[in-house]
Structures are given as structure tokens and as C-alpha cells.
Design a protein around this ligand. Structure first.
Ligand SMILES: [Zn+2]
Length: 215
């Protein structure tokens, strides 16, 4: 089976995503890249019920090379992000606070310095219908400049990483940051960190880890 280890990892991360509530039902999708091949979750399947053989393998040009099930409808977005970034794994969720911020704001105001672990201020990609090349392009734009995450207007969030664990942790961090912002907003006006304050944190060395080379 092509990308055997990677497909096992997809299933493990799928269970963790469902367990932490970052996805519900069959929403959300995950992929992992190895060279010119990408293993992705199948469309319409609960992420905590998948078996490795359920996960199709596609080329970077979206050609199905192995698997009986159709790749996730959001595969064009995954492939666009692999083209545009050195990511080796991508996690897309419909997490609650991410969706709240993505429905109301043009970006997630930097209220906590850990936003720097996601490459800076997280942008909200313009709305487009799910699964379309237009959405893929909007998300690619929102991730420009070394970002590790973006929100998708009226939809959810996406995070990338050097491996699936890192993409999963970035998705969790994105949801945590959105949760802090939304809750802070409920009791007052959150103070937003200035560029200078963020720059001082970068000086202390808080930046995302380097991406490993894609093999
Ligand atoms: Zn989605």
C-alpha cells in the first residue's frame, strides 16, 4: 500500500481531532505529503472511523493513484497549499471558535503572543464555496508570508506543519487563540498587542519551527 505509514498517521490524527472536538461528524479533512504523493482523508467519512485503506492517495496534480474512495472535496485546497508552502501535512477543521472569528472578523487580532507560532497575525480567507479552486486560491493568499494557519470566512480553519503532529498542534493553537479572543470579547474589549510588542517576542526567539525538506 502506497504511503502506508502516512495513512496510519492520518487515521490516528483523525481520532485525535474528533476526540478534541475540533471536528464533528464528517466535517474537516487532513492530508500528509511524501514527495509527489499526498494521502488525504476520504470525502463524507467520520474522521474517527477511517481505516488506512479508506484514505486515497493522489498526486500533486490531483490524479488518484490508489484507493477506492473519493478524496475529500477540499483536496484542491490541500494541493494548493502544498504548492505554495513547504508544508508536509495539513489539518482543516470546522472548530467552533475558529468558525466564530471567521464569520465576524477580517483577521484574528493578536491578543496573545503565541500567534507568532502560527507565523504572525492569522488572516481570514475570503469566502468561496467549499471545495472550489476559488476557495483554494483565497486560502493560499491568506497563508502568504510564511503563515502556518488561516481562517476560512463562514467556514472554519486550516493549519499546516512539517508533519501531522505539528499541523494538528497548530490547529489546536489556532482554536485556543480564537477561544481566548471570543471569550475576552464577552467581558470587555481585548487589548491587542502592538507590532512593537510582537517584534520584541520575535527577538526572544519565538518563531515557528523550520519546515523539514520535502522528500
Ligand atoms: Zn470545510
Amino acid at each position: 500500500m502506497l504511503l502506508n505509514d502516512e495513512r496510519h498517521e492520518l487515521c490516528a490524527i483523525g481520532r485525535r481531532l474528533a476526540g478534541t472536538g475540533l471536528v464533528t461528524g464528517a466535517s474537516g479533512n487532513i492530508s500528509v505529503r511524501s514527495g509527489d504523493l499526498v494521502a488525504v482523508t476520504p470525502g463524507g467519512m467520520m474522521l474517527d472511523r477511517m481505516e488506512p485503506a479508506d484514505c486515497p492517495v493522489v498526486t500533486m496534480s490531483a490524479q488518484l493513484v490508489e484507493g477506492d474512495r473519493a478524496p475529500s472535496s477540499e483536496t484542491p485546497m490541500h494541493l494548493a497549499l502544498y504548492e505554495a508552502t513547504p508544508a508536509a501535512a495539513i489539518v482543516h477543521t470546522h472548530s467552533t471558535y475558529g468558525a466564530v472569528v471567521a464569520t465576524t472578523m477580517p483577521e484574528l487580532p493578536p491578543i496573545h503572543y503565541n500567534t507568532l507560532l502560527l507565523g504572525g497575525v492569522v488572516k481570514v480567507a475570503e469566502y468561496a464555496t467549499y471545495g472550489t479552486p476559488e476557495l483554494a486560491e483565497n486560502v493560499r493568499k491568506a497563508m502568504a508570508g510564511g503563515k502556518r494557519a488561516a481562517l476560512l470566512a463562514n467556514h472554519g480553519g486550516v493549519a499546516i506543519g512539517g508533519d501531522l503532529d505539528e499541523a494538528f498542534e497548530n490547529a489546536r493553537l489556532l482554536e485556543w487563540l480564537c477561544g481566548v479572543y471570543v471569550r475576552a470579547k464577552a467581558i470587555g474589549e481585548p487589548r491587542v498587542l502592538t507590532e512593537e510588542e510582537l517584534a520584541k517576542v520575535v527577538e526572544r526567539g519565538l518563531t515557528p519551527p523550520e519546515f523539514p525538506r520535502v522528500t
